[in-house]
Design a protein around this ligand. Structure first.
Ligand code: 5RP
Length: 202
């Protein structure tokens, strides 16, 4: 296992070890780090007979929950989540996050938004002083397809930088998210007041 994979595993398992308790509703994030957390959740469910319900943040998360034999639910049945666990692409010194590198950001944000607690699992490669120090692919923005041009223009006119429509691999055309949307990757060219940027993008 590579050093990075080992670090992801340590972070994912530590989150589950330290924060998951019996009778919780869990939000299950997306990406490669969360796989290690789900593996540890499944082990603990078996070993400790835990009663946990899992709300996915993507198709991938749903498949993981099913693959590991965990209890799958949704926000219709469980609109209040005790703890959401998810990855991040980068974390700055003020704990601002870039998320959505894996293209699952909208459901991730909804699930985190309805969780009482949110735990981010991130390995050493993602630890930055300023956003953009480590992650060079920009800030992902999920956008309804008909609006991708005006949204791109609005963001770059207000904050500068360059926006790219994320293109698919092994399929012609753009990446289409689990929600049928497009993803813009905004390559910003300076450090911003991130709370202001976040509000403007929303
Ligand atoms: C997916 C995400 C992921 O949480 C983020 O990209 C981290 O992924 P990984 O654990 O594979 O580094 O936001 O959209």
């Amino acid at each position: 296992m590579s050093k990075a994979e080992e670090a992801k595993k340590l972070a994912g398992r530590a989150a589950v070890e330290n924060h998951v308790r019996n009778n919780q509703v869990l939000g299950i994030g997306s990406g490669s780090t969360i796989v290690h957390a789900v593996q540890r959740i499944a082990e603990r469910v078996k070993q400790e007979n835990l009663n946990l319900v899992c709300i996915p943040t993507s198709f991938q998360a749903r498949q993981l929950i099913l693959q590991y034999g965990l209890t799958l639910s949704d926000l219709d049945r469980h609109p209040e989540i005790d703890l959401a666990i998810d990855g991040a692409d980068e974390v700055d010194a003020d704990l601002n996050l870039i998320r959505g590198g894996g293209g699952c950001l909208t459901q991730e944000k909804i699930v985190a938004g309805y969780a009482s607690r949110f735990i981010v699992i991130a390995d050493f490669r993602k630890d930055s002083k300023n956003l953009g120090d480590q992650w060079h692919k920009g800030i992902p923005i999920e956008v309804i397809p008909m609006a991708y041009v005006p949204v791109s223009r609005a963001v770059t006119q207000k904050f500068g930088g360059v926006i790219e429509l994320r293109m698919a691999v092994n399929k012609a055309g753009p990446v289409v998210t689990d929600n049928g949307n497009f993803i813009l990757d905004w390559k910003f060219d300076r450090v911003h007041k991130w709370s202001e940027v976040n509000t403007a993008i929303k």
